[in-house]
Design a protein around this ligand. Structure first.
Ligand code: SF4
Ligand code: SF4
Length: 347
């Protein structure tokens, strides 16, 4: 499970290779608890803390003992096999509080009200319809009461569609009532959530709405549902919750899917619609399967599109954000393509 790899033997006194997730991260998936939600590299990530987890009470001493085991091996240059080549591994002294969680990712359900063609669940339909998920609020309360969840924790919802969870509003309100302020929600935007609106209004949440299109026709082609206008309305309503600076907290995401929405025209319409909705943030990425197939040589045409979005985003005074795959690409070493250098400039 841990393999010796000379590249990860630190020569610096007191340093070793680890990542923020091993040190202080926790992810609730449908069937397991993991250190991280990172999986953009070949080895796969999602390093395990508890397999077959189903909402049971958590023995925190056990969780932190397992995290310690990762540290012990990594200090000897023995790296977990799922971490090999992960761009998040770095050499540091890692002087952090080892029994607290700063990075929390909630992704313990799959159900969604969209049917994106690129979604993991669309490619594995056998996983859908089981409706399986467990209640998480009791565990979050436990973490809070025991001081395990740090007050400045980064808390993200993945999913599935979080607004479909029975306890979503309660979880959000619990976090907001207890003064957490780094809450990030990824949503289809089809359902309007008062708790998301509250988090934006109080400038303590950040919402990324999956749009992927500049018009209803393309949206339906990708999402398989007829909700483009509804999603656009909800985005506008979230943005209206807040003042000038707060508008950075609402982002509309565009995943480039080669062959479907990979044109300047579509990107331009998406950017304009974002501007019209009062958004100050645009978020872009590349479709995951296609990305993995082309990771070592992303065609110039696609990089040109990303660069175009960046340039236009600047002209429209919106914050330009790279999402998961593009972030991963950024952290990969030896970026030789000059276009990539342009895209990543200023980061
Ligand atoms: S896969 Fe990457 S992010 Fe996940 S635990 Fe390993 S090094 Fe950390
Ligand atoms: S919105 Fe997200 S979870 Fe829902 S189908 Fe699309 S990719 Fe999957």
């Amino acid at each position: 499970m841990f393999v010796y790899d000379e590249r990860y033997v630190s020569k610096k006194e007191g340093h070793y290779y680890s990542c923020q997730w091993i040190e202080q991260g926790l992810v609730f998936f449908r069937y397991k608890i993991a250190n991280c939600c990172i999986c953009g590299h070949q080895a796969g990530g999602h390093t395990l803390l508890w397999d077959n987890y189903d909402g049971q009470d958590i023995n925190w001493d056990r969780i932190f003992k397992i995290k310690d085991m990762y540290r012990k091996f990594h200090k000897k240059g023995k790296i977990h096999k799922n971490c090999i080549d992960c761009p998040f591994l770095k050499e540091d002294t890692w002087q952090v509080s080892p029994k607290q969680i700063k990075y929390l990712y909630l992704s313990h359900w799959l159900n969604c009200n969209s049917k994106c063609i690129y979604c993991y669940s669309a490619q594995h339909p056998e996983l859908l319809g089981t409706g399986r998920h467990y209640r998480l609020l009791p565990q979050l309360k436990d973490m809070y009461e025991k001081g395990i969840l740090m007050p400045d924790a980064d808390i993200s919802f993945g999913g599935g569609e979080p607004t479909l969870l029975d306890e979503f509003e309660d979880i959000m309100n619990f976090l907001l009532d207890n003064y957490f302020w780094g809450i990030r929600v990824h949503t289809s935007g089809i359902l309007y959530s008062p708790a998301i609106a509250r988090s934006i209004h109080e400038i303590r949440g950040y919402v990324v709405v999956s749009v992927d299109a500049g018009c209803a026709e393309t949206y339906e082609k990708i999402k398989g549902v007829p909700y483009y206008n509804k999603v656009r309305d909800n985005i506008r309503k979230y943005a209206l919750q807040t003042n000038f600076l707060g508008r950075f907290l609402v982002g509309a995401k565009f995943i480039i899917i080669p062959g479907i929405n990979d044109t300047k025209e579509e990107i331009e319409k998406w950017l304009q619609a974002n501007k019209d909705a009062g958004l100050y943030t645009t978020v872009i990425d590349i479709e995951e399967n296609w990305y993995h197939e082309h990771i070592d040589n992303i065609p110039k045409r696609i990089l040109n599109l990303i660069n175009y979005a960046k340039k236009r985003s600047k002209q429209l005074h919106t914050n330009f954000e790279l999402y998961e795959r593009l972030q991963n690409l950024y952290y990969r070493k030896n970026q030789k393509q000059s276009l990539l250098k342009k895209i990543f400039a200023g980061r």
